[in-house]
Design a protein around this ligand. Sequence first.
Ligand code: MG
Length: 394
Amino acid sequence: MLAHVDMDAFYAAVEVLDRPELAGAPVIVGGGARGVVSAASYPARAFGVRSAMPLFEARRRCPQGIFVPVRMERYRQMSRRVMEVLGGFSPLLEQVSVDEAYLDLRGTPVLKAGPAAAGAAIKEAVATATGLTCSVGLAPLRYLAKIASDRDKPDGLTVVADVEAFLATVTLKEVPGCGAKARERLGALGLGRLIELRALGRERLERLLGAFGLRLWDLAHGRDPAGVELEREIKSVSHEETFARDIADRAALAAHLLNLAEKVSRRLRRYGLAGRTVTLKLRHQDFRLVTRRQSLPQPSDVTQEIYQAARELLVAYAPRGPFRLIGLAVSGLEPAGGGQGGLFDRQEQAKAQALGRAEDLVCQRFGQDALRRAGGLAVLGQDTPTGHDEVGKK
Ligand SMILES: [Mg+2]
């Protein structure tokens, strides 16, 4: 399930946020060299004011409008806050403009309560963090999520549960990229809705509109190869602990490492990712930091596999301790479930993943310490180390 999140009349909404006395007023943001409207509040739109309209035309249509200059720096600042909030729902976030983003929600916790609840949670989180409203569309396909987010603006939420039923309602005007010229040509053939293009046939669409015709053919059939571009792809998931007292004992270090492997693998599963490279990090008493890494035979989100690889690295390096910090990172990430192993391997891995997910549920419900593997028990009761999470971005 993908989500398209679009802020409502973004620039104008930020102006109203900063000057609450403008609430409900026809606020028109614009000016600069081009002398056009950059954004209009919904009350201003009621007068027929639109983005990209010349300012003199906006003044003619809405003489009582409150015209304010563009403050791009301020909008960018709010945009960063919005994207931060959205990034908390899924690591697979693609920001397409200052006020618009796609999220791939597959495998994320927020989707567990269903797409409508997920959309509501996203809207609430954005509103809480920024005081601004957005419109959210959820659909299994990118272009349908985009169309859905526009259906119920402002402050909208539209879920496409049944692709075929939703497709039947989509007009050509709503299809991203389907401009006036294309609509004119199709309109001349009496075609106004996306699914009506099915009757036209692929070849005729191509003759009529070239490559875009082929694209429309796919869209009319509910096919969209475009997913969410991993613009801000997570490159690694890591966790580290700084000890209250330096540790040289290999068994104690291994016990800490197992706890780290549990935390890291749980976060991988939460994000629906698996990683190919395991990196062990150790900090000496004199603060020298060493890292050792090795590759897994196939990408994994399984605690035991990640732990085994890290433990081999630890066993080789541990005699040079004591250490003041141990860390574990998994990188070389890709969506989980794409492994190339044989059937047996995959069955074993599926079993381990199922066990991991069961653990995740227990931990969600009762907290991290509710569940510790036998090897990890050794560290309980020692001085509590300070933990540090890190999700590495490009
Ligand atoms: Mg917008």
